[in-house]
Design a protein around this ligand. Structure first.
Ligand SMILES: NC(=O)c1ccc[n+]([C@@H]2O[C@H](COP(=O)([O-])OP(=O)(O)OC[C@H]3O[C@@H](n4cnc5c(N)ncnc54)[C@H](OP(=O)(O)O)[C@@H]3O)[C@@H](O)[C@H]2O)c1
Length: 230
């Protein structure tokens, strides 16, 4: 039972209310902690993020750009990739639904991959492992491609972590509550200054929540999936 210490009062002036559930809320903080504390990107490095147009991934890429990195997204379909590059300012985006994914991903990271922010898992993770640079970092945030699977995916290229002395670290955003105020302050400032953009898909009514959730597992949402109750 909550004693109230985990409740957060929203500053309605900091950002539009719905953004407190997305870019200036839990998903934004997830991106911030995973990329900055675990990924530790340095200027000039290449950061790759899967589910790049989504609530977490869209913030990861924009934070990576703000740190002076090359930001490369992986997203499902041309419309999402166009948005990621043209609206969010990523340097490149690779459509995971089109053929020859490994060849196109390789071409998008000519200097290799220094940080891979993992949201998806499965075959995409195996392709990324083949392109890692020495001392790469992988913040393991989510494995959405496996959430509905009946069999777990067996990763094939795990030896890449060894030969590249790479770090893969899983994390749960609620373990890092002490970092939330700093993260939220920085994210809200970026939204106010127009340096952090986001998109939302809003389902109307609680009766549509299950459909929206199932859609998330199929990539039907575009940006943060919300449910409007009234
Ligand atoms: N560790 C933590 O504390 C923490 C906190 C929050 C979220 N998460 C995780 O972060 C990840 C992103 O969450 P989000 O809320 O930002 O979701 P989201 O990216 O807004 O939506 C999910 C996206 O995942 C992609 N996807 C779904 N199934 C896929 C598949 N089989 N293969 C490849 N891509 C697939 C789809 O994008 P495309 O159409 O582009 O493929 C879909 O739109 C999730 O794995 C979530 O569980 C972790």
């Amino acid at each position: 039972m909550s004693d109230g210490s985990d409740l957060r009062k929203i500053d309605a002036k900091a950002a539009p209310l719905s953004a407190h559930l997305g870019a200036v809320g839990m998903p934004g903080v997830t991106a911030w902690i995973g990329l900055l504390d675990i990924g530790q990107p340095k200027p000039g490095e290449t950061v790759v993020v899967a589910a790049a147009s989504g609530a977490v991934g869209s913030v990861v890429g924009q934070l990576a750009k703000a740190k002076g990195c090359r930001a490369v997204g992986i997203a499902g379909g041309k419309a999402k990739c166009d948005y990621v590059m043209n609206e969010l300012g990523f340097d490149a985006c690779v459509d995971h639904k089109a053929p020859n994914l490994f060849e196109r991903l390789s071409a998008a990271v000519p200097q290799g991959i220094d940080v891979y922010f993992e949201n998806v898992g499965g075959e995409i993770l195996d392709m990324v492992l083949r392109l890692l640079n020495p001392f790469a970092r992988i913040p393991l945030c989510g494995l959405i491609s496996g959430y509905n699977a009946t069999e777990p995916y067996g990763v094939k290229f795990i030896h890449s972590l060894l030969v590249n002395r790479a770090k893969l670290q899983g994390f749960i955003v609620s373990d890092h509550l002490e970092r939330w105020p700093t993260a939220l302050g920085e994210l809200a400032a970026m939204v106010r200054e127009g340096k952090l953009k986001y998109r939302e898909t809003i389902a109307e009514g609680i009766e549509n929540a299950p459909k929206a959730f199932i859609g998330l597992l199929k990539g039907e949402n575009f940006g943060k999936q919300l449910v409007k109750l009234a």
